[in-house]
Ligand binder design. Structure first.
Ligand SMILES: [Zn+2]
Length: 267
């Protein structure tokens, strides 16, 4: 019988379980659980293939972010549909058979909701999220539907093997600005102690209602909208062969901030 669980431990208040590829397929659907494929560290090192499909990830969660095989854009999973924003800024729906080297999703349940009348800077918005999040929640999943202004978005270019490390790819990332858009911010806040396994702090992607605009959010102003928070106490991570949980928390924050940076936090 295949071994399902590779690692099982607490990182602060967060219960982290690392699963084999087979274990991931046996993992029961749950609420208040963040589901992750791969690790940020493996992605930073140039692991852009992955061994898990979006369908397999989306079996366990209907909302999330990440990237897809060959680093072909910024991934947004919203209401069970996967979208990728390419380096040219174009948004396209991606097929469930697409592999992902790094994605985090949850079966979103809005435990906390709030109507926000802005405008609010990205920094103010993250402060409101911090205040609205249940204090005992180590991880929060976030969904904000509304009207946004001064969005600064980025994406990365599709890579071909042999793969360069992420810092070399990000050095050539494309950034663009959108004066205003109606849509959804999707993402997570992970604790600092998970740095390297995940992006510590806020990591948010945007997708417009008309599905024409999106990307990894460097900055944004919330004009008005509805925010929803799902607290997660569990993190289940699928680890491809040769990838381990490593030593979460030991990662170089400055390096992660350079790669994923923008906004108020490392996200
Ligand atoms: Zn991102």
């Amino acid at each position: 019988m295949a071994r399902d669980i590779i690692d099982d431990r607490f990182i602060g208040a967060l219960h982290v379980r690392a699963l084999t590829r087979a274990g991931f397929d046996h993992d029961p659907v749950a609420e208040h659980t963040a589901i992750q494929a791969g690790t940020l560290e493996a992605l930073m090192a140039g692991g852009y293939e992955g061994d898990t499909t979006l369908d397999e990830v989306m079996r366990l969660g209907n909302l999330g972010i990440g990237t897809i095989q060959q680093l072909d854009g910024e991934l947004v999973i919203l209401d069970g549909t996967a979208w990728s924003v390419g380096s040219d800024g174009n948004v396209r729906e991606v097929h469930g058979s697409t592999l992902t080297p790094f994605a985090v999703v949850t079966n979103f349940v809005a435990d906390v909701t709030r109507t926000i009348q802005g405008p609010l800077s990205f920094e103010k918005l993250t402060q409101i999220l911090d205040g609205a999040a249940p204090p005992d929640a180590p991880v929060i999943a976030i969904r904000i539907d509304g009207e946004f202004a001064d969005l600064r978005l980025r994406s990365v270019e599709k890579q071909e093997p042999p793969y360069k490390p992420l810092r070399e790819v990000v050095a050539h990332q494309t950034e663009w600005s959108i004066a205003s858009a109606t849509g959804t911010l999707v993402g997570f806040r992970f604790p600092d102690a998970t740095a390297g396994l995940e992006v510590p702090g806020y990591h948010l992607h945007f997708l417009s209602d008309d599905r024409n605009v999106g990307g990894h959010v460097m900055a944004a102003t919330l004009v008005e909208g509805q925010l929803a928070i799902d607290p997660c106490h569990e993190l289940h991570v699928e680890l491809p062969d040769g990838v381990s949980l490593g030593t979460p928390g030991s990662a170089d924050r400055a390096e992660i901030a350079r790669l994923e940076g923008g906004g108020a936090s490392a996200g």
